[in-house]
Design a protein around this ligand. Structure first.
Ligand SMILES: *[C@@H]1O[C@H](CO)[C@@H](O)[C@H](O)[C@H]1NC(C)=O
Ligand SMILES: *[C@@H]1O[C@H](CO)[C@@H](O)[C@H](O)[C@H]1NC(C)=O
Ligand SMILES: *[C@@H]1O[C@H](CO)[C@@H](O)[C@H](O)[C@H]1NC(C)=O
Length: 486
């Protein structure tokens, strides 16, 4: 290796809050980081303020940044996903040499990461896409990190990444995920699951508020209680805080917030991938659609004065018992959601030849990130017991958990339907559960219909693998369709 006078262990491009916080986190752990931003004043401002008194060095140009790096050079980008990443790679590549490493820590689509990985591979440059979760605080004090791409680069990055990551006990919430786009794929599924978890809590809130008429303070206490048990998680915790938060007039701020949810797209990508891979990841899909429906606020307001529901949305049974039923419905639905998420991971791994370690993915999500929870520790144990577990639902721990929640779950969904309170994720999770546990579904009729109108053929139960066509009407063709699919 040629000699060089580089002194920085890693460079980081992109000085928005996430970038700044990752740099400071790396600095805390004894690494020398070179900071760069296209707008050079940002670098100077950062060095004179947030990074004052640290070992962080700044660069005024990409060339200077590269010259300051130890070999193999490691450059991490934390910029807006899309064109900006390609533009930076274009600038970097002529300045780097074989064996150097580029890490995209942004929210890139995994397909972009696959494309960039393949392009850079031909130049001998190691490309990684690394999921980073945990928001600004996580970035500063311990994010969940999901690196994937060129495995050759992992040994030299591992000490940096694992030391800055969140820890559960002494275990870092960061481990190698897999080849090419695997890191960003796992991050995408993480975000999809986050959409699902948030929607589940919203449905519990909706039920407690409308069917039981509970105040925000009462609901806050319930969530704080829930947070001591199986549902112990960051999202339950912050939802409890949100419910308790008062505006300056002493009223709950939450009730003043417009009920139209936004989305940045990663939940949508998870749902799109689920459709692409033919995996029934229904809960995340419903969570995305629930946000879409919420954002039709004006249309809903108009519809609300026309469309009628049941005469009352009030639950008349035992309140305490119903609250406990809601808790169990949430827990059971959450188990289904994670089971679906892991089904998607498994299918992607199959298609892309990734060797995903599901237990270590659960551990990466166990701390640091938005979906962190005690529950992910149970998922880790399930995969530790059986790395080839076909479905989380078949693990002893989870199937007995569902058993103990099942009756409550059904009561909540049935009551929600009768009271006219929408619970799309509770309901679709239950429908999935009932479908998944059915050895026989009505898809025989679908096959017959397809064969009837389009001669698509079907298999007999008694002879799978053999496709046959029936002359259903006595006047149709006997030749099976091969040119169109319905
Ligand atoms: C520069 O910093 C801004 C935030 O201050 C960030 O949005 C942008 O992506 C950065 N760009 C580059 C190329 O460093
Ligand atoms: C995965 O591996 C199989 C068998 O080695 C190969 O045929 C297939 O092309 C590979 N797929 C991808 C996406 O690399
Ligand atoms: C379908 O069945 C009818 C009645 O038996 C027969 O007349 C017709 O020829 C059949 N069609 C074909 C394509 O075999």
């Amino acid at each position: 290796m040629s000699s060089n006078n580089g002194k920085a262990d890693i460079a980081l491009i992109g000085l928005a809050v996430m970038g700044q916080n990752i740099i400071l986190n790396m600095n805390d752990h004894g690494f020398v980081v070179c900071a760069y931003n296209r707008t050079v004043q940002k670098v100077e401002h950062f060095l004179q303020n947030e990074a004052k008194g640290t070992n962080v060095v700044g660069a005024k140009s990409i060339e200077e940044m590269v010259s300051l790096l130890k070999k193999p050079r490691k450059v991490m980008t934390l910029v807006k996903a899309g064109r900006a990443v390609d533009a930076l790679i274009e600038q970097l590549v002529p300045l780097l040499e074989a064996g150097d490493i580029i890490i995209d820590g942004g929210n890139s689509q995994y397909t972009d990461t696959q494309r960039r990985y393949n392009e850079l591979k031909t130049k001998g440059i190691y490309y990684l896409g690394c999921g980073v979760s945990g928001g600004e605080d996580g970035a500063r004090y311990g994010p969940s990190l999901m690196p994937g791409g060129a495995a050759e680069a992992w040994p030299s990055l591992k000490p940096i990444f694992q030391s800055i990551a969140a820890k559960v006990g002494t275990e870092p919430c960061c481990d190698w995920v897999g080849s090419d786009g695997a890191g960003h794929f796992v991050k995408m599924v993480h975000n999809g699951i986050e959409y699902g978890d948030m929607q589940l809590i919203c449905e519990a809130y909706h039920l407690m508020k409308d069917s039981l008429g509970m105040s925000d303070d009462e609901m806050s206490s319930v969530l704080k209680e829930w947070n001591k048990g199986e549902l112990d998680s960051f999202l339950i915790e912050i939802s409890g805080d949100i419910l308790a938060y008062k505006d300056s007039d002493g009223q709950p701020l939450l009730e003043k917030i417009r009920d139209a949810a936004g989305q940045k797209g990663t939940g949508k990508w998870t749902a799109i991938s689920a459709l692409d891979f033919g995996m029934p990841v229904t809960l995340i899909g419903e969570a995305v659609f629930a946000r879409c429906l919420s954002s039709l606020k004006d249309e809903r307001v108009r519809a609300s004065s026309v469309l009628k529901g049941p005469s009352s949305a009030k639950y008349t049974g035992d309140k305490k018992e119903f609250i406990e039923n809601i808790r169990k419905a949430l827990y059971a639905s959450k188990i289904v959601s994670y089971a679906q998420g892991f089904m998607l991971l498994r299918e992607a791994a199959k298609q892309f030849n990734w060797t995903l370690n599901y237990g270590s993915i659960a551990l990466m999500w166990r701390g640091g990130c938005i979906i962190r929870s005690v529950f992910l520790g149970n998922i880790k144990s399930a995969f530790d017991k059986n790395p080839n577990l076909e479905s989380l639902l078949l693990d002893d721990f989870f199937h007995s958990a569902i058993d103990s929640c099942q009756e409550s779950w059904r009561k909540v969904v049935a009551n929600a339907v009768l009271l006219g309170i929408p619970t799309p994720s509770f309901s679709c999770a239950l429908a999935f559960y009932d479908g998944y546990r059915s050895s026989r579904l009505p898809a025989n009729l679908i096959q017959a219909q397809r064969d009837y109108f389009g001669a698509h053929t079907y298999e007999l139960l008694s002879n799978p693998g053999q496709f046959i066509h029936t002359n259903w009407t006595g006047h149709g063709g006997s030749v099976s369709a091969s040119t169109y699919q319905a």
